[in-house]
Design a protein around this ligand. Structure first.
Ligand SMILES: NC(=O)c1ccc[n+]([C@@H]2O[C@H](COP(=O)([O-])OP(=O)(O)OC[C@H]3O[C@@H](n4cnc5c(N)ncnc54)[C@H](OP(=O)(O)O)[C@@H]3O)[C@@H](O)[C@H]2O)c1
Length: 353
């Protein structure tokens, strides 16, 4: 069984030294020619300011987690200009560079959701970086809560597939997810079989901690904390400057000792759309994350990224305080209307605290 990341692991400087040595970062820092692997990120890319992300404790898991994490959505979709007027997915080499850059600034959390690339791309990247033991890996088991016996087999199958894609024999976090559309037929409120399956996976050492995170209303989250908060370790909730209802539900999550992973700091990019991020709106992504991190009931803000520049900018939120002027700017941006049907559940349920 692979070594599990712990408080000591993430503080273990000798492990970190080995990592830097292996990828030549120590030599880069010392101004020497670095023996970089062709898939590690280069000396010019490694122009960090020396800043590190801060850590928080992920609720009752006790894990010491970087307050900003990298989400899998951006590995799965075509987001990178292909030079021919279209878009392509980030390559594994690019993911290696982004993850290495993030780790160098202290990131120790990677999340994946449904699409297979969300697990296979970072899985292969972690293998190449030999970094599995220094990362908290989170998977999400989607749409497997029908309240019937067959839920168990579905959860086992799903988890086995993710373990293969992540090229690991265990994951740190496993979150049950479904959407509001699934809820009526899914039997979300009868999770007994799902919980049985999760218990078995825990006994087998395949998952360490469990949670849930769904496209639900805040009211359903409150009900879920009440019913299942004692069993689960973590919850995952949308939270950003426009959708602030999490402020109303987080105290109940914390009362149960749940770790809190927030998603959608940019509403999957919608708050950044048509913005002049290199000009008048520079620093906007950072400020949107700083806003999320101001809430001390949040343990980690997870964001999708597909370039090293995005990694650097987003992580800088950890050491950049939101000034009154920049707060005004994001409050103004929060007033924009979002018409995309994909976000109807957020717009209807999560607008206000
Ligand atoms: N059902 C679930 O459980 C669930 C649902 C949603 C999300 N999640 C998790 O949460 C993670 C975050 O996803 P999200 O939906 O919350 O999206 P998000 O982080 O709000 O938005 C990510 C997108 O924002 C853009 N972006 C990020 N940093 C940027 C920067 N510095 N400058 C300009 N643009 C930037 C990129 O969009 P472009 O690529 O378009 O530039 C990126 O793909 C996911 O990857 C996933 O792990 C889970």
């Amino acid at each position: 069984m692979a070594k599990h990341i712990s408080k000591q692991d993430s503080e273990n400087s000798s492990t970190r030294r080995e990592f830097l040595k292996q990828f030549g970062f120590g030599a880069v820092a010392a101004g020497m020619a670095a023996p970089l692997l062709d898939n590690a990120y280069s000396a010019t890319e490694q122009k960090t300011t020396g800043h590190k992300v801060k850590y928080r404790v992920l609720g009752k898991t006790g894990l010491r987690i970087s307050e900003i994490g990298i989400g899998g959505h951006s590995w799965a979709y075509k987001q990178v200009p292909d030079g021919q007027g279209g878009y392509r997915r980030p390559t594994v080499n690019e993911a290696v560079r982004m993850i290495a850059a993030g780790m160098d600034m202290g990131v120790n959390f990677l999340d994946s959701c449904t699409a297979l690339e969300e697990s296979s791309v970072p899985g292969e990247a972690l293998k190449r970086l030999k970094a599995r033991d220094r990362i908290i890996v989170s998977i999400r088991v989607s749409h497997k809560m029908k309240g019937i016996k067959a839920d168990k087999q579905e959860i086992y199958k799903w988890t086995e597939k993710r373990l293969k894609l992540w090229q690991t024999d265990y994951v740190d976090l496993c979150l049950l997810c479904n959407t509001e559309n699934d809820t009526p037929q899914s039997g979300y409120w009868d999770m007994s079989y799902s919980i049985e399956a999760l218990d078995k996976l825990k006994q087998q050492g395949k998952i360490r901690f469990t949670g849930f995170g769904c496209h639900f209303t805040p009211e359903l989250f409150l009900e879920a904390f009440d019913k299942f908060g004692d069993y689960f370790d973590i919850c995952s909730i949308p939270y950003n400057i426009r959708h602030r209802a999490a402020e109303k539900v987080l105290p109940a999550a914390k009362k149960k000792g749940l770790g809190v992973i927030t998603i959608k700091p940019f509403v999957r990019g919608a708050l950044l759309k048509d913005r002049d991020l290199k000009g008048a709106d520079a620093g906007l992504p950072r400020d949107l994350i700083s806003f999320v991190l101001e809430n001390k009931l949040v343990d980690i803000c997870t964001c999708g990224v597909h370039t090293i520049e995005q990694v650097r900018e987003n992580l800088s939120a950890s050491w950049t305080k939101l000034s009154p002027g920049r707060r005004k700017r994001i409050e103004k941006i929060a007033a924009v209307n979002i018409h995309d049907r994909e976000y109807a559940w957020l717009e209807q349920g999560w607008r206000y605290a």
